[in-house]
Write a protein that binds this ligand. Structure first.
Ligand SMILES: Nc1ncnc2c1ncn2[C@@H]1O[C@H](COP(=O)(O)OP(=O)(O)OP(=O)(O)O)[C@@H](O)[C@H]1O
Ligand SMILES: [Mg+2]
Length: 235
């Protein structure tokens, strides 16, 4: 059985339908990537899984539990944590305070503590007392990832963690993903950067206009398949 799955998932913003029957699944200790162009519905899918957007109960399952209509705090308590698009740190709080926020609502013993987050991203230890706003974009992204890990999630959702960062910084951040996986979490990595996604994922789903247009292991998918699934066959 999949650890987490969506079943014929739909999502709306008012009258606008953003997702049309999306089926994805992620297994224990697996990393999947969701790729797709601007507006494809990637963030909407993450919001639907994490409870920011509510759906019919059976549209999202965590093992056998139907969580599609559960609120975000309950889903986090069940072990699904999100690194949101745009990081969303508390600017007036220090690095360490931002990290500690991640433990509210799910207090369980696990691999991730302040100490292991600082091992993962040593620069955060040096900057532990700096306010969130004093950090570079890459450091802020590290805090956002660390904050989500502090709840020791079973599934970590990462929404465009490379957005707006320099290539060398992106490389640095992506180095943490195998370590997060090795510590026992499953990951859903949303990316516009196809290369980065393919390098890190066990399986990839491509989205276009609110639908899954392609899925498979990176080594099974040709460049043409991905191009068509990403932009549509007419491009
Ligand atoms: N709060 C909102 N209200 C209305 N429409 C929205 C809202 N958020 C997203 N949409 C629309 O839903 C569709 C999917 O958007 P979504 O943000 O999920 O795409 P995305 O794949 O994450 O794009 P990006 O790569 O730009 O982050 C788009 O057409 C977008 O304009
Ligand atoms: Mg998005």
């Amino acid at each position: 059985m999949a650890l987490l799955a969506t079943h014929n998932l739909t999502a709306h913003y008012g009258d606008f339908q953003a997702l049309f029957g999306v089926d994805i699944e992620i297994n224990e200790a697996e990393t999947i990537a969701i790729i797709g162009a601007n507006g494809a519905g990637k963030t909407t899918l993450m919001r639907s899984i994490s409870g920011v957007l509510r759906n019919a109960p059976q549209m999202v399952r965590l093992e056998t539990a139907e969580i599609g209509s559960a609120p975000a705090d309950e889903i986090m308590a069940q072990g699904v944590s999100m690194v949101p698009e745009g990081r969303k740190l508390f600017p007036s709080l220090t690095v360490e305070e931002n990290l500690l926020i991640g433990t509210y609502g799910r207090k369980i013993d696990g691999h991730w503590t302040l100490e292991t987050i600082y091992d993962l991203f040593p620069i955060l230890k040096e900057r532990r007392n700096s306010p969130g706003t004093a950090l570079s974009g890459g450091q802020q992204q590290m805090v956002a990832i660390g904050r989500a890990l502090m709840s020791n999630p079973r599934v970590l959702l990462c929404d465009e963690i490379s957005l707006g960062l320099a290539p060398v910084v992106i490389k640095d951040i992506y180095k943490s993903i195998p370590k997060i996986k090795a510590a026992g979490a499953s990951l859903i990595v949303v990316e516009q950067d196809i290369g980065q996604a393919m390098a890190v994922a066990d399986r990839v789903y491509c989205m276009m206009e609110g639908r899954i247009t392609l899925s498979g292991r990176p080594d099974e998918l040709s460049r043409d398949d991905i191009h068509n699934a990403y932009f549509g066959a007419s491009h």
